[in-house]
Design a protein around this ligand. Structure first.
Ligand code: COA
Length: 205
């Protein structure tokens, strides 16, 4: 049985995580979100604990955190938030939806979130606090770096190296054996046939 969890952020991405955590039997202590009054109940019965600062009232050895901020293409607040609490000694739970297929020969790092219907094949690794979102595919021997996002329905073919802090837009396809440099961005619905440099934004063709 895993330790109880606190979710950071009470928006749409957090709501999806709440359903997954309920399915996997996690005990949710509460949610931090400054836009709600302390004590407000979200998602039926989960109390808002206050701002993110309220986490510091809890012993880091007694619970795990779940980063509920939705990944955003052009800013890194998920990464900033994760680092803030990692530095303070808190650990992040990896969340895997029961309908995802994760090869027994794949490595899923702490804090990674594998959403409903995602497929992660053999020889893959998914980095710290990354999101492999609904219905996306990471095919064999691909690596996804820390704090990256594979958006819903995207397909990463075999042997691809996705760097750190990369955003692969929804419905995009990355053909095999390419590299996407750290902090690069692939727009939604694009087929990528070339490597992306560090920080490169690619909108297609
Ligand atoms: C790449 C992206 C971040 C650009 O957003 P933006 O900076 O606000 O860009 P704009 O919408 O202002 O568009 C800028 C230009 O790029 C083009 N463009 C934007 N997205 C594009 C795409 N996916 N494919 C092709 N062209 C695109 C626009 O048509 C526009 O062209 P113009 O200057 O000739 O009019 C955004 O389009 C995108 O793909 N986001 C990812 C969405 C996603 O995956 N969501 C998943 C949520 S879980």
């Amino acid at each position: 049985m895993s330790k109880p969890v606190i979710i950071l952020g009470g928006g749409g991405h957090a709501g999806v995580l709440v359903e997954t955590l309920r399915l996997t039997g996690s005990k949710i202590v509460g949610i931090t979100d400054p836009s709600f009054q302390k004590g407000t109940l979200l998602y039926d019965d989960i109390p808002v604990l206050g701002s993110d600062e309220s986490i510091k009232e809890y012993d880091p050895s007694k619970l795990l955190l779940v980063n509920g901020l939705g990944p955003s293409p052009k800013e890194n607040s998920r990464e900033v938030l994760s680092k803030q609490f990692t530095t303070l000694g808190y650990e992040f739970l990896s969340v895997i939806h029961p309908s995802a297929y994760v090869s027994p020969n794949a490595i899923i790092e702490a804090g990674a979130q594998i959403m409903a219907g995602a497929v992660i094949q053999n020889g893959c690794s998914i980095g710290f606090c990354s999101v492999v979102n609904t219905g996306s595919i990471v095919d064999h021997d691909s690596n996804v770096g820390d704090y990256s996002h594979i958006a819903p329905g995207a397909v990463i073919c075999g042997g691809v190296k996705v760097g750190r802090g990369v955003y692969v837009g929804t419905g995009s396809v990355v053909i095999e054996n390419l590299s996407l440099g750290n902090n690069s961005l692939l727009a939604a619905g694009v087929t990528l046939r070339k490597n992306l440099k560090i920080g490169e934004l690619f909108y297609g063709t």
